[in-house]
Write a protein that binds this ligand. Sequence first.
Ligand code: R5P
Length: 262
Amino acid sequence: MSGTLSPIDKAKFVAAKRAVDYVEDGMKVGLGTGSTAAWMVKCLGEMVRQDGLKITGVATSTRTAELAQKVGVPIVTLDEAKWLDLTIDGADEYDHNLNLIKGGGGALLMEKIVATASDQMIVIADLSKQVETLGSFPLPVEVIPFGWQTTKALVEETLVNLDVLGRDASLRMNGATPFITDEGNYILDLHLRRIGNPRQLSLVMNQIPGVVENGLFIDICDVVVIGNGDGSVEVRDINNGTVAHEQIDVVETDNLFVDIAD
Ligand SMILES: O=C[C@H](O)[C@H](O)[C@H](O)COP(=O)(O)O
């Protein structure tokens, strides 16, 4: 199959293509989840197949593991890898401090474990993910199924004392049944509209019994690569304070149009 990338796919693709420049021979790489991360896995697959790049990947979801296998990126478990050089992942929102909301695809738990076990985390995104203040995107909170309604009530009650605008939590559904994460849990989506203090919110959420993890990534991301539909990218590095603008060559080979997981 071949075709022309839509502007949004091109934005995701160029962000991914620029981010894989950070990957070097011998590295252990965390592989994110989602439609943007899928492009990154495909780019790495091409580098492995065509350039003989030698890397080991750790997947953040079963669907990323399946895609990695399909495109030829060798996968091990996090326990086998122990520590990673780099994780590349998408995000649902990022702010100017490179704090993130993640988990729109339900993979936040493994994503946070893998990113935290990495020397560096690079987020790939298009400009639509950029926000002044986190919270327009509903914050995913992973909870264990046992007593989830009690956990939901506790979460909503706790939000009353926090700097947020909305306080409703909804159980994420998959058709008529609850959405189940790879780890067998449920997701509550918190409709907060504005998160005034993401660090505090993250700490408080994770103290509620039944909450496994929340989708706020605070001080975890080092670099964001923002792709645009015209093939340009912006690379922001929070540690050294640099911002670079570049143009990425997009050669639309048939390989690009191999079916991807998301
Ligand atoms: O659980 C899913 C992940 O956090 C994704 O990385 C996030 O939802 C962004 O996905 P996409 O690149 O498809 O917008």
